[in-house]
Design a protein around this ligand. Structure first.
Ligand SMILES: Nc1ncnc2c1ncn2[C@@H]1O[C@H](COP(=O)(O)OP(=O)(O)O)[C@@H](O)[C@H]1O
Ligand SMILES: [Mg+2]
Length: 249
């Protein structure tokens, strides 16, 4: 899909560069580290899966990359912007123009159709008719051309997640981050969602996806594994990248 990327500054690739990033919480009289001294570099167009058990810091990492949270130590440079130095107004512009989030629980409006849900994510500068056209186009690109007028309750979990992904894509933003987008789905559907996200990286977006499911992560090229807030491995999945048919359902 050759969507325009309004947040893509000419000549500034959508890279992620974390240096010495820690996120510390004060709980009572002790410090709790959600992240600890994380270094992570991601290139434009890379598809990265962040793997780790519950509590290992995955959401914290994603929220810091997406400017929803900031580190207590370290530097965060995304798409050429040092997020720890931006004003509130510039952070707002970054969230609007650069990053799109997808969540585990889809977060669709139950009283709006698939088309209307996606239309909500489209910049309406061109008016409602163009927004509808664009929403229909993006829904088609995730395989839902036949479901435009369905309400979320009339869609399967995998279809609802595809609507949520379409809504994220409709903005045209160049960085796509997804927090456990396969968590509520059966395994086969989860793998399909992961592959759909990977297609977005092939189309030039930078894509970071969190999962706690090691088997699902095997379809990725690059897996960054977290444990207790630290990166404990970074590279191809253990045993190499798996074809869908080689996965254990
Ligand atoms: N607001 C908070 N106050 C204290 N500790 C927190 C807070 N948010 C997260 N944590 C802790 O940080 C760690 C990482 O959390 P999180 O990033 O949500 O992990 P994950 O997404 O991998 O399950 C957990 O141990 C969690 O308890
Ligand atoms: Mg989480």
């Amino acid at each position: 899909m050759a969507a325009p990327h309004p947040g893509h500054r000419p000549g500034v690739p959508t890279t992620v560069d974390l240096r010495g990033v820690s996120r510390r919480y004060r709980v009572g009289s002790t410090d709790v580290y959600a992240l600890r001294e994380v270094d992570l570099e991601i290139d434009q167009g890379e598809f990265v899966v962040v793997l780790g058990p519950s509590g290992s810091g995955k959401s914290t990492l994603l929220n810091i990359i997406g400017a929803l949270d900031s580190p207590t130590e370290g530097s965060v440079v995304v798409a050429g912007r040092d997020l720890t130095q931006l004003s509130r107004a510039d952070l707002f512009a970054f969230r609007r123009d650069v990053v799109s989030f997808v969540f585990q629980t889809f977060n669709l409006f139950p009283t709006l159709t698939a088309l209307e849900n996606v239309q909500c994510g489209v910049e309406v500068g061109g008016g409602a008719k163009e927004a509808r056209h664009r929403a229909a186009e993006v829904l088609g690109s995730v395989g839902l051309a036949e479901r435009l007028d369905h309400y979320p309750s009339e869609l399967s979990g995998g279809e609802q997640q595809r609507v949520a992904i379409a809504r994220a894509l409709a903005t045209g933003n160049p960085l796509l981050v997804a927090d456990e987008p396969t968590g509520d789905l059966d395994f086969r559907t989860g793998v399909q969602i992961l592959q759909l996200l990977e297609d977005q990286a092939r189309a030039g977006r930078t894509v970071v996806v969190v999962t706690h499911n090691r088997e699902i992560s095997r379809v990725a090229d690059r897996v960054v594994e977290l444990s207790s807030g630290r990166v404990v491995s970074d590279g191809p999945p253990v045993g190499g990248r798996a074809a869908i048919d080689d996965l254990h359902w």
